[in-house]
Design a protein around this ligand. Structure first.
Ligand code: 9MR
Length: 413
């Protein structure tokens, strides 16, 4: 029987009998120090499944846990697929539902991967987030030459009607607008000078939310952004601009239900996370009646020394400190990491380490073994119960945001 001061790092390979000889480690849970690793303990396959999984710990504390997935890997990597089934109760497509993936040509749609992902999620009783309907990145090549001020409105509305309409009733939440604030562009309202802004003016955000609500009345409509997590002045400025946008939308009765805080963090060997600004931001979002999702969490380790134990501990400490701040507010109802295993993380290509070692930003390592970050996630989920009960606006212990139950209505064929 495991105590809270003992935990096991177990490999999915060992679960499947496919990774004979895997040695895991017992950690001191308090310090999460890899110095206390004890290789060779008889712990294979223990400690991370069933009631000890991330999803089980999340659910027990009124949360959803999940991750971004690459559905094309389901047919290629059984351990990856198993890991997701065991650990997640909510998924999001890392790329498969973006314009680039769905719109091979101006007049056509490609839904195979997105459809397969939704079928997979439903088969395993998982929820699915939609990511995303409006973004300045990952637009198809044809976009720049085919979309102009005369047809932009129709193109946007038709895309949202088609995509959100196809999956209506089956999506937990849609990132309707992604990353619309960019302070360096210099506008007073902080809006990014994106193609959508140039084509449609600042109304495009409102148009997107209203169209999404009509197309899928049950999905929680979300504004999703990054650069609003840290203690820095830049992040504080961006938080203000995002809040300004959210307030403007609410004042105009635009249908918006949630804000997504992406949470791509970087471990800093010289500073710890305080999160005062983030705490205030989440509280303001709650005052607006919004739910809050952690939508894309990972912790870049490029500034940390190479030693794996040191790195894993620092990454886990930031997961812990960050989520302790975020989860203290009951408006936060879901935590998703951007991937689940270090084997498949965008950071390996986007922010590779200078020493050539593989990056380690996620709860499971390249061989699907749970890392200290996994333990930190579980622990913060458990700690939430006590915190949330003291922080409800009305002093009640109940989370006012019941976990979402999807509408069983099937998508239009
Ligand atoms: O992880 C995604 C990567 O595979 C894509 O190449 C990239 C394209 O811009 O998008 C990444 O996901 C991003 C997400 O859609 C929005 N927030 C930032 C994520 C990391 O860049």
């Amino acid at each position: 029987m495991l105590t809270r001061r003992q935990f096991l790092l177990a490999g999915y390979g060992s679960l499947l009998g496919a990774m004979a000889g895997l040695s895991g480690c017992a950690h001191s849970a308090g310090k999460m120090s890899s110095a206390s690793m004890a290789p060779g303990l008889p712990h294979k396959g223990m400690g991370v499944f069933g009631s000890l999984s991330l999803k089980a710990h999340a659910e027990r504390n009124g949360l959803l846990y999940g991750c971004a997935v690459r559905p094309e890997l389901f047919s290629q990597d059984a351990k990856y697929t198993r890991l997701i089934i065991d650990q997640c109760d909510i998924l999001v497509a890392e790329n498969a539902m973006k314009w680039l993936a769905l719109r091979p040509a101006f007049n056509s749609y490609y839904f195979n991967e997105a459809d397969a992902l939704l079928a997979f999620a439903e088969q395993h009783q998982m929820k699915l987030r939609g990511h995303n309907l409006v973004w300045h990145e990952q637009l198809p090549k044809w976009f720049a030459s085919m979309v102009n001020r005369d047809n932009a409105r129709e193109v946007l509305v038709q895309h949202i009607q088609t995509v959100a309409g196809r999956y209506s009733g089956r999506i937990h939440s849609w990132d309707v607008v992604n990353e619309a604030i960019w302070i360096p562009d210099g506008r007073a309202d902080g809006l990014r000078k994106s193609p959508w802004l140039s084509l449609l003016g600042d109304d495009y955000i409102e148009l997107a939310f209203r169209t999404a609500r009509e197309a899928d009345p049950t999905a929680l409509l979300t504004y999703n952004d990054y650069g609003i997590e840290e203690d820095s002045q830049e992040n504080e400025q961006k938080r203000s601009a995002v809040l300004l946008l959210l307030r403007r939308l609410k004042a105009r009765n635009v249908p918006i239900d949630a804000v997504g805080i992406q949470s791509h963090l970087t471990a800093n060997p010289n500073a710890s996370f305080r999160g005062d600004g983030l705490r205030r931001f989440i509280s303001s979002a709650r005052d607006l009646g919004l739910q809050v999702f952690v939508t894309e969490m990972d912790v870049a380790d490029g500034a940390l020394p190479g030693d794996v134990g040191t790195r894993d501990d620092a990454v886990a400490a930031l997961y812990r400190d960050y989520l302790n701040v975020v989860l203290a507010n009951p408006a936060v109802t879901a935590v998703l990491t951007w991937g689940i295993t270090d084997r498949y993380t965008w950071l390996q290509t986007n922010k590779p380490r200078k020493d050539g070692m593989h990056v380690r930003p996620l709860p499971f390592d390249e061989e699907y073994r749970a890392k200290p970050a996994f333990i930190a996630l579980r622990r913060t989920f458990d700690d939430r119960q006590a915190d949330a009960s003291t922080q409800g606006a009305d002093g009640s212990a109940a989370n006012p945001y019941a976990p979402f139950t999807p509408n069983p209505t099937r998508a239009r064929e």
